[in-house]
Design a protein around this ligand. Structure first.
Ligand code: C2E
Ligand code: MG
Ligand code: MG
Length: 679
C-alpha cells in the first residue's frame, strides 16, 4: 500500500515545545528577579534614608540648638557622600526649613512639609520623610529625594547579559531537546521500521524484540500479540478458505475430485497433453444405490460409496483421473491409452473385467455382507475437438443407455460396443475354458534346408463348445490382457514339455526341439523361471530341447531385468528365440546384449520379400546380422517354393511354413513322424 509522505517530525515539535517552555520560564524568572531586585533596592534606599538621618542628626542639633552655621558645610559634605541622594530639606518642629541640600540643582526650592512620616515613589524618585531625634526627643524632620531604581533601569542594565544568557539557555535547551526527543522517537522509529519490514516481507512470522522496559516495551509486546492473533486468524481463514475450496472441488465423503474439478482437469489434459491417439472414459453408476440408503440407512450407504471409491483408486492406479460426479456415479478417465483403436477397446474390456472383479466381491459394512452391481457407460475417443464436458456428455449418454436397457455396460459407439460385448463373452467363456481344459496344442513342424524336420512350434487352439475350434488371434489378446495368461501360459508350457518327453522316447524325434510361445506378461511374472524349471523337471526333458519364443515388446520395459531373466534361462541351457523379429522396437540396438539362440524372421517380411525391395533388404539384413552375432535364424511364413529358394539363397537354413507343414493336432503330427524314414 502506498503511504502518505509524513514530513512533520515529533523531534522538531518536541524541540519547539521545549524551547518555548524554556523561554517562557526564562522570561518569567527574569521578571520575578527584576521585581525582587527593584523591591530590594527600594528597601536599601529606605534604610539609607534612616542612616542619613542618624548620620546628620548630631550636626543638625548643633545647627538648630547652637545656631552653629559652620556645621551646615559638614552636613553638606556628608550628604554628598551619598551618591543616590538628590536633595534633602530639614524642617524644624514648627515647620520651618532650616537646611536645604541639592546635589545638582542649585536653584533648588524646598517644597512640602514633614507631614507624614514614610516613603513615596514618584517616577524615578523616592521621597522619604524621616523624623530626626536628638537625646531621645524629636526636633524636626528631614525630607529626602533619592534616586529610585526602576524595572526599566534593571532591564537596561543587564540587557546584554540577559540576551547572552538567554541564547545560552536556548542552545542548551535545543541540545537537550534533540537528545531527549530521540529517547522517544527512536523506539517509535524502531516500531515503524519493524512494521515496514513486516509489510514488505508479506509475512506475519517476525516479532519485534522487546528492548525497552517501559511503555514502549508494552507497545512492542502488544504489537507482537496483535501480530500473533492476526497470524492465527489469517491461518484460520486460510484453512477455512482451503476447506471451502476443497469442498468446491472434491467430494467430502470419498476425497475424490468432483465433477467440476474433473472437467477442469480433463480440459487441461485435452488442451496440452496428448501423446497417444486414443483415450478412454468410463462412467460407473452403482445400481439401485438408493435401496442401500433406504434399507440400511445413510451411514451404510456412505460407507459403501467410500469402500467402492477406495477399491477404484486401488485397482485403477494407472488411470489419469477418477472422480465422483453424482451421489453414486463415478468417472474413470484414462488418457493416452494407445495409438491403436483396437488396443484401446481391449483396454476398456480389461477395465470392465477389473471392475467386475471389484463388484463381484462383497462389501462388509457393519458386519453386513453387501453386494453391489454397476452400470457402466464407456467411451473410447480419439484426439478430438470436443470439450471435456462434451466427452462427458457422450459417456453419460452411454451410461443412461446401459441403465435403460438394464445392461452391465454400454458403449458410446454401437460398433465398439458390439466388439466389446463379443470380447466380454469370450472372456467369460475363457474362464470356463480354463476350468474345463478346452484348450489343445497344435504343432507346426520346422525344417532344415534339406527338408528334414528338426522340431516344431506349439500353437494353442481353443475347442469352443459353441464356436468350434478358435485360432489364437480370437482369444490370445483377451487372455493376455487379463490374468488368465498365467493359467493358460502354464498349461501350454506343461503340455509342451509333456509332448517333448514323449518325443524323447522316439529315436526319430529324440533330438527335436519344441518352441513354446510365452507372452510378455507371462514372462515378466516373478515366478516364471520357477514354473519353467518345475515343468522341465516334472517331465524330465533335456533342457536344451525346450525353446521359449519371446517377443521384442519384452524389452520395451525393464530391459535389464528381462535380460537377466533370459541369462538365467540360458544358464539352465533352455533355448530362447525372438519371435516376429523386426516388427518390434529398435531391434538392432539391443541385439548385441541379448544372450538368445535364435531369431525368427516375421512372416510379413517373408511374404513381401519377393516383390517388395524393402522387405527383401530387411530379410537379408536380419540373416546377415544373425550370422554376425552367431544366432540361428529361422524364417516363418514360408508358403511357397520361391520363398524357400530365396531364403536359402540369402543364407537361411531353418524354415517354418505351410510349404512344409501346417499347424496340426498331435494325431496328425504323429502320422507324419511315422512316415519319416528311420535313421
Ligand atoms: P507366432 O508365434 O508367430 O506363430 C506363427 C503363426 O503363423 C501361427 O499362427 C501359424 O499358424 C502361422 N503360420 C505359420 N506358417 C505360416 C504360413 O506359411 N503362412 C501363414 N499365413 N501363416 C503361417 P497361429 O497358430 O494362428 O498363432 C498366431 C499367434 O498366436 C502366434 O504367432 C503366437 O504369437 C500366438 N500364440 C499361439 N499359441 C500361443 C501360445 O500358446 N501362447 C502364446 N502366448 N501365444 C500363442
Ligand atoms: Mg511363435
Ligand atoms: Mg511369429
Amino acid at each position: 500500500m502506498k503511504t502518505k509522505n509524513y514530513s512533520a517530525s515529533i523531534e522538531k515539535r518536541f524541540t519547539k515545545v521545549i524551547l518555548s517552555v524554556t523561554s517562557l520560564v526564562f522570561f518569567i524568572s527574569y521578571l520575578i528577579f527584576v521585581v525582587i531586585y527593584v523591591k530590594h533596592e527600594d528597601i536599601r534606599t529606605q534604610k539609607l534614608t534612616e542612616t542619613i538621618s542618624v548620620v546628620i542628626s548630631q550636626d543638625l542639633a548643633k545647627l538648630i540648638f547652637l545656631n552653629n552655621i559652620a556645621v551646615a558645610a559638614d552636613i553638606t559634605t556628608k550628604l554628598q557622600s551619598f551618591k543616590i541622594l538628590k536633595s534633602a530639606v530639614v524642617y524644624k518642629n514648627d515647620g520651618s526649613a532650616i537646611y536645604e541640600y541639592s546635589k545638582d540643582d542649585k536653584s533648588f526650592t524646598p517644597e512640602g512639609r514633614c507631614k507624614n512620616k514614610g516613603y513615596k515613589i514618584v517616577g524615578e524618585t523616592l521621597i522619604s520623610t524621616t523624623n530626626i531625634h536628638y537625646s531621645g526627643s524629636r526636633f524636626g524632620c528631614i525630607r529626602m529625594k533619592l534616586q529610585h531604581v526602576t524595572i526599566f533601569d534593571i532591564f537596561k542594565k543587564y540587557i546584554l547579559q540577559v540576551v547572552l544568557f538567554y541564547l545560552f539557555i536556548v542552545l542548551l535547551s535545543f541540545i537537550f531537546a534533540s537528545l531527549y526527543a530521540k529517547k522517544f522517537t527512536n523506539p517509535i522509529l524502531k516500531l515503524i521500521k519493524f512494521l515496514e519490514e513486516v509489510e514488505l516481507s508479506n509475512s506475519l512470522d517476525s516479532r519485534i524484540e522487546i528492548t525497552e522496559d517501559n511503555e514502549f516495551g508494552k507497545l512492542y509486546e502488544e504489537t507482537n500479540i496483535m501480530l500473533e492473533s492476526l497470524q492465527k486468524s489469517l491461518q484460520e481463514k486460510e484453512k477455512a478458505d482451503k476447506e471451502v475450496a476443497y469442498l468446491r472441488e472434491y467430494d467430502s465423503l470419498t476425497g475424490l475430485p468432483n465433477k467440476e474439478l474433473f472437467i477442469k482437469s480433463l480440459q487441461k489434459q485435452i488442451d496440452f497433453k496428448t501423446t497417444k491417439e486414443w483415450h478412454i472414459m468410463l462412467c460407473v453408476d452403482i445400481d439401485k444405490f438408493k435401496v442401500f440408503n433406504d434399507i440400511y440407512g445413510h451411514e451404510v450407504g456412505d460407507t459403501v460409496l467410500q469402500i467402492f471409491a477406495g477399491e477404484l483408486k486401488k485397482e485403477f492406479k494407472e488411470v489419469t483421473l477418477i472422480a465422483k460426479i453424482g451421489i453414486d456415479e463415478f468417472l474413470i478417465c484414462y488418457r493416452n491409452v494407445s495409438d491403436d483403436k483396437e488396443h484401446a477397446i481391449q483396454k476398456v474390456e480389461d477395465m470392465l473385467n477389473r471392475l467386475n472383479g471389484i463388484v463381484s466381491n462383497s462389501f462388509c459394512v457393519h458386519s453386513e455382507e453387501l453386494h453391489i452391481a454397476v452400470h457402466v457407460g464407456a467411451n473410447v475417443y480419439a484426439k478430438t475437438l470436443l470439450s471435456a464436458s462434451e466427452i462427458l456428455q457422450q459417456t453419460d449418454g452411454a451410461l443412461q443407455n446401459a441403465k435403460k436397457e438394464e445392461k452391465e455396460f454400454s458403449f458410446y459407439s454401437q460398433e465398439i460396443e458390439k466388439k466389446a460385448q463379443e470380447n466380454l463373452n469370450i472372456y467369460n467363456d475363457l474362464l470356463v475354458a480354463v476350468k474345463e481344459n478346452q484348450f489343445e496344442l497344435y504343432y507346426q513342424l520346422q525344417n532344415r534346408d534339406d527338408g528334414s524336420y528338426f522340431g516344431a512350434e506349439a500353437l494353442i487352439r481353443w475347442n469352443h463348445p459353441k464356436l468350434g475350434l478358435l485360432a489364437p488371434f480370437k482369444f490370445i489378446p483377451i487372455v493376455e490382457s487379463s490374468n488368465l495368461i498365467i493359467d493358460v501360459g502354464t498349461w501350454v508350457l506343461e503340455n509342451g514339455c509333456k509332448q517333448l518327453s514323449l518325443w524323447q522316447n522316439n529315436p526319430k524325434t529324440k533330438e527335436w526341439v519344441l518352441a513354446v510361445n510365452v507372452s510378455t506378461k507371462q514372462f515378466a511374472q516373478d515366478d516364471f523361471l520357477d514354473i519353467v524349471q518345475r515343468c522341465v523337471k516334472k517331465y524330465n526333458i533335456p533342457h536344451n530341447k525346450l525353446k521359449i519364443e519371446i517377443l521384442e515388446t519384452l524389452f520395451s520395459d525393464n530391459f535389464e531385468v528381462m535380460v537377466q531373466k533370459i541369462q538365467k534361462l540360458r544358464e539352465l541351457n533352455i533355448q530362447i528365440s525372438i519371435d516376429d523379429f523386426g516388427t518390434g522396437y529398435s531391434s538392432l540396438q539391443y541385439l548385441k546384449y541379448l544372450p538368445v539362440n535364435q531369431i525368427k524372421i516375421d512372416q510379413s517380411f517373408v511374404f513381401g520379400m519377393l516383390e517388395n525391395e524393402a522387405d527383401k533388404i530387411i530379410v537379408r539384413n536380419i540373416i546377415n546380422l544373425s550370422k554376425a552375432f552367431k544366432f540361428d535364424v529361422i524364417a516363418e511364413g514360408v508358403e511357397t517354393k520361391e520363398h524357400f529358394e530365396k531364403l536359402k539363397e540369402y543364407g537361411c537354413h531353418y524354415f517354418q511354413g505351410y510349404y512344409f507343414a501346417r499347424p496340426e493336432p498331435i494325431g496328425k503330427i504323429e502320422k507324419v513322424i511315422a512316415t519319416i524314414a528311420k535313421k
